[in-house]
Design a protein around this ligand. Structure first.
Ligand code: ADP
Length: 269
């Protein structure tokens, strides 16, 4: 069989996982157990979508992988490095290679689009120069390149809050690309957007995944988007993994197991 004929599933299975989550538990300080014994692997180049009702633990899982939260039990290994309890410089290095995309974009509204993208380079810029707003020529041209990737280079000089929601999310994607991330974590990236704009934003994430080989883990609410963009899906319910498989494997029965009585709501788009 020629190299190009190897199916992605076969080649993924043969590789070491890029992200390996094992028996993960996360208990918040108030005692609420938001993740319970969650295990899964993500291979390099996958587009893994995490689904589940609001409150099922999707966002907690993201924040635990990028180690904004420290696991109560279990382990997280990213690209061969155990990051479960890293701190200090090792934690900074871990975060530096993960691009984060949030539901509400998290841009600095009064600052220009270009400046917002440049802030994505802060992890690699000395604090004194970034505070003074100085970025290198290389960083500036990389920021423009990244705005080109998401199709809004012409907006570089505008204030971030002059852009539509979908455009602001594209700025956030360009900002994440400044880190040259090998892992993108997108936490409900289209939850505040209308259906057409949602597809546009998702297609940029898809393109980055495909063209750069960036591994993506993305929380999504609407199943039609899951079916279109995910290479693999896991579902959480009450902090437990209740499903893992291909988008096409989510039968009506699984659908009811994952979403219970709220099933109708997630099929809208
Ligand atoms: P999702 O992203 O699927 O909506 P979350 O991960 O945000 O779910 O939340 C999972 C559960 O953890 C929810 O019941 C939520 O109320 C709870 N939770 C989230 N953050 C905290 C916190 N800081 N302290 C206590 N409980 C929390």
């Amino acid at each position: 069989m020629a190299h190009g004929d190897v199916s992605p599933l076969i080649s993924f299975a043969a590789m070491q996982p890029f992200v390996s989550v094992k028996h993960l538990f996360l208990t918040y300080p108030n005692g609420y157990q938001a993740l319970r014994d969650v295990s899964f692997d993500v291979h390099a180049g996958e587009f893994l979508v995490v689904i589940g009702l609001s409150g099922s633990g999707k966002s907690t899982l993201m924040r635990t992988i990028n180690r904004l939260l420290e696991p109560t039990e279990g382990s997280i290994v990213v690209n061969g490095t155990d990051v479960t309890h890293v701190d200090g410089e090792a934690l900074r290095r871990h975060r530096a290679r993960i691009g984060m995309i949030f539901q509400h974009f998290n841009l600095i509204k009064r600052h220009s689009v270009l400046r917002n993208v440049l802030y994505g380079a802060l992890g690699s810029t000395p604090t004194w120069s970034s505070l003074a707003g100085r970025f290198t020529q290389d960083q500036q041209s990389m920021a423009m390149d990244n705005l080109n990737v998401v199709g809004i280079a012409d907006k570089a000089r505008q204030r971030a809050d002059a852009l539509s929601g979908g455009q602001q999310q594209r700025v956030a994607i360009a900002r994440a690309l400044m880190q040259r991330p090998d892992l993108l974590l997108a936490d409900e990236p289209v939850a505040s957007l209308d259906p057409a704009t949602s597809h546009s934003v998702m297609s940029y994430l898809e393109r980055i995944n495909r063209d750069y080989g960036t591994t993506v883990i993305c929380n999504l609410h609407f199943l039609s988007l899951v079916r279109q963009y995910a290479t693999r899906v896991i579902a959480l319910r009450n902090g437990e993994k209740v499903f893992e498989g291909l988008p096409a494997d989510i039968t009506d029965e699984w659908f009811r197991t994952i979403y219970g009585d709220d099933a109708a709501e997630v099929e809208i788009r």
